[in-house]
Design a protein around this ligand. Structure first.
Ligand SMILES: *Cc1c(COP(=O)(O)O)cnc(C)c1O
Length: 388
């Protein structure tokens, strides 16, 4: 039952970890193949920024490469340098572009800067003039107002016959701001703008759709699609069932089970008062593990708008979070589980197969992306390989 029953013993770290994360690389590869199928005639890249959405660049990058991905997008140069080891002959695009002083490493590791501003463009021209030809990509802003050359300037640049021959974009990209809302006519407006860009850069490959854009249909696919969140099992489109396989499961261990009486309060601030005699599972995960304080139990005033709190899953039951989530500990109400079915030492699933990532994200007022990329440093990780 609990580890306290035994004398001295040696266990696998994963079996005794306070918090642990399982990453199913077979599901990740399947999700990439699903995205590739949905991308029709377009090639399918893999977006692995922020340590592969928090799930581990080395293992996820390798699994995606083995599944067949040969185009990768990272956010910053250092991620590209790391990925290069695991994706030897892939094209690696760096979405934030390049800063002066980084050009040596871009050339050495064969990284492709996605030039996103006029300053970067001018800098890159001076770099290629000095160091010779090296591929780059261009980001054009079609309405996001985040990164990218302004539309008209990009088109003027495409038409500029005096552009140096050493300047050789291999890809032109833009990014949808409302792809997760399929009914928004803003998608159509961005699509029309990007079609003008694609026409101006005729003969150069184009990329427009992230996960959500892939679901908008073939008009949005162009030459190369860029799925991220869908690969990791997250929801890309609001309000429709999520067709992706779950990839990550987070679990935390029950440290103790305690009885508490009706009328007593739970956790900091005493904001949650028990309506019945209860059994509480004290679980070793908290906001330092990315189990956000805003996931705290319903009716607990930690935020302006109070909605349902989060829940976990243990012994075949959904169990609600009660009281405020603290840095290292969270309290779940296990009163409805028969006493001999749940014990100290058991693991509560925080999200995974039984607790959809995006349901938990919604309970905390956020999105699956933020939960995954904020998991913190304490998780013991286990990777399941496709042929395990
Ligand atoms: C993060 C990002 C993606 C991937 O987006 P998902 O919604 O995770 O599929 C694609 N393109 C750009 C420019 C991005 O910043």
């Amino acid at each position: 039952m609990t580890d306290f029953d035994s004398d001295i013993s040696f266990s696998d770290d994963f079996d005794i970890a306070p918090v642990r994360l399982t990453v199913d690389l077979g599901a990740l590869a399947d999700n990439w193949r699903t995205m590739a199928k949905r991308s029709g005639n377009a090639r399918t890249a893999a977006v692995v920024k922020a340590d592969a959405y928090g799930l581990g660049l080395e293992d996820c990058g390798t699994a995606l490469y083995e599944a067949g991905a040969r185009d990768f997008f990272v956010a910053v140069m250092q991620e590209g340098v790391t990925l290069r080891t695991y994706a030897p002959d892939a094209r690696i695009f760096v979405l934030s572009g390049i800063w002066p002083g980084q050009e040596g490493l871009f050339y050495e590791h064969g990284l492709v800067p996605v030039l996103a501003s006029e300053e970067q463009l001018a800098f890159w021209m001076s770099v290629t003039a000095e160091l010779g030809d090296h591929p780059c990509a261009l980001h054009v802003d079609t309405g996001f107002n985040r990164l990218g050359l302004p539309l008209e300037e990009a088109i003027a640049f495409a038409d500029d016959v005096s552009r140096p021959a050493s300047f050789s974009p291999v890809l032109v990209i833009s990014h949808l701001h409302s792809g997760d809302s399929p009914s928004s006519d803003l998608n159509q407006r961005q699509l029309e703008a990007f079609r003008r860009v694609a026409e101006a850069f005729e003969g150069i490959e184009t990329s427009f759709a992230a996960s959500a854009g892939i679901f908008l249909g073939s008009d949005y696919h162009f030459d190369l699609t860029r799925p991220g969140i869908a690969l990791y099992g997250g929801e890309a489109v609001n309000g429709v069932p999520n067709p992706m396989k779950p990839v990550a499961a987070a679990e935390a261990r029950i440290i103790q089970i305690r009885d508490a009486k009706k009328g007593e309060t739970v956790s900091y601030g005493g904001t949650y008062q028990l309506a019945r005699d209860s059994r509480l599972a004290i679980v070793s995960a908290g906001y330092a593990d990315g189990y956000l304080r805003s996931l705290s139990g319903s009716g607990v005033p930690v935020r302006q708008t109070v909605k349902d709190g989060a829940f976990g899953f243990v012994a075949g039951h959904k169990v609600p979070v009660i009281g405020r989530i603290t840095m290292d500990l969270t309290i779940f109400d296990v009163t409805d589980i028969p006493e001999d079915h749940v014990h100290a030492g058991d693991y509560v699933e925080l999200f995974g197969r039984n607790v959809p990532l995006d349901d938990i994200a919604r309970a905390g007022g956020t999105i699956g992306y933020e939960l995954l990329t904020g998991l913190g440093l304490r998780y013991e990780r286990r990777y399941i390989y496709p042929d395990d």
